[in-house]
Design a protein around this ligand. Structure first.
Ligand code: NAP
Length: 331
């Protein structure tokens, strides 16, 4: 193989702890018709990355290692395959291609269908742009495509300070909703600045007591719960059923809807749905417009060199990230 057909990538040869992520040489991908080859400048890190690294997450889609993790990328189009008319070499793009199949985003190059990318927001860096796709698409597709949030509706967002949560607060606010978030109190001022109307410190009070207690009144019930914590964390999905108005919707993002949760939702007269994010270049174009207009801000807690992907995973899986973690791929 010629030297130009090689690239640097993070490869793992087994499931396991962050240390299985190793800087290696891998074959540079070649775009098929309708695909683009993107030179990656930065790659976003998401919980599904460390979950899959350890053998859960979407390991069912990737199969056995070796493989390269990573879905969020921001970079420059290097080459276009036959038939691509909307992008050209030199265009700056961002995206979350292929999910839940492997995209190999922790690498110098990725290939994917051109329409799974969008033009990168002009007003932010590649490192910031790489923090956007998976988390912002999750917020967008759940609040807009799934819940059809309307002005004046009350939306409760659990884990509001995380990658998805901080976009969800801003998107719900943009939709005209009354936004309630759960987060530890150290995050409250920042989240209020992003548009949250009411914040509940989940470490000191039970959110359902705040929203259904004697002082709260019937009007405190919410139309939509976007649960980014799940039943795996403090039984959050099941406890959320009590705060929904009759017919209200729980979107159970991390854990999905177990038969027990479905039965409890039925008994409570509310709806519950699982959710899995999908590639969506059209939504990313709209999100880029909102970022460039200053309506949506991106919070990057820390940027790591690609070689330190293991350190980024260790930080992320501690579950205390404010906003996002990103890998710098090109120097
Ligand atoms: N199904 C899908 O398509 C999909 C898509 C995206 C994400 N997800 C899943 O959704 C979850 C959130 O993703 P993410 O990227 O936003 O994660 P993240 O950025 O790692 O979330 C970290 C945040 O979670 C908060 N948190 C932890 N436990 C909490 C609790 N019990 N109640 C409220 N907040 C809590 C922490 O807030 P404090 O600092 O305030 O403690 C921290 O800021 C993950 O499990 C991820 O795998 C699923």
């Amino acid at each position: 193989m010629s030297p130009s057909a090689q690239m640097t990538a993070i490869v793992q040869h087994s499931f396991g702890a962050p240390e299985v992520l190793t800087l290696s040489q891998a074959a540079r991908p070649v775009p098929l018709p309708t695909e683009v080859l993107v030179r990656v400048h930065a790659s976003g890190v998401n919980p599904v990355d460390w979950q899959t690294r350890a053998g859960s997450g979407v390991a069912w889609a990737l199969g056995e290692p070796p493989f390269t993790l990573g879905w969020d990328v921001s970079g420059t189009v290097e080459e276009v395959g036959f038939g691509v008319t909307t992008l050209a070499p030199g265009d700056e793009v961002y995206g979350m291609p292929w999910f839940p199949r492997a995209a190999g985003g922790y690498a110098e190059f990725v290939t994917a269908p051109s329409r799974q990318f969008a033009r990168k927001p002009r007003s932010i860096t590649h490192e910031q742009a790489a923090a956007v796709p998976l988390a912002a698409l999750t917020a967008w597709q759940s609040l807009i495509d799934t819940a059809h949030v309307q002005p004046g509706q009350r939306v409760l967002i659990h884990a509001a300070a995380g990658g998805v949560g901080h976009f969800a607060v801003q998107i719900a606010k943009h939709l005209g909703a009354h936004v309630i978030g759960t987060a530890r109190s150290a995050r409250h001022d920042w989240l209020a600045g992003l548009g949250a109307d009411q914040l509940i410190d989940y470490t000191t009070v039970a959110f359902e007591d705040v929203l259904t207690g004697a002082d709260a009144g019937a009007r405190a019930r919410v139309d939509v719960v976007l649960d980014l914590a799940g039943d795996g964390r403090d039984n959050t999905s099941t406890r959320s059923l009590a705060v929904l108005r009759p017919g209200g919707l729980l979107i159970a993002v991390p854990g999905g809807v177990s038969p027990e949760l479905a039965a409890a939702a039925d008994a409570a007269g509310v709806r519950a749905t699982p959710f899995l994010v999908e590639p969506d270049g059209t939504a990313l174009t709209r999100i880029a417009e909102l970022i460039d207009a200053g309506t949506i801000r991106v919070e990057v807690e820390e940027v790591y060199p690609l070689a330190e992907a293991a350190r980024a995973h260790a930080r992320g899986q501690a579950n205390r990230t404010r906003g996002k973690l990103v890998l710098r791929v090109a120097s």
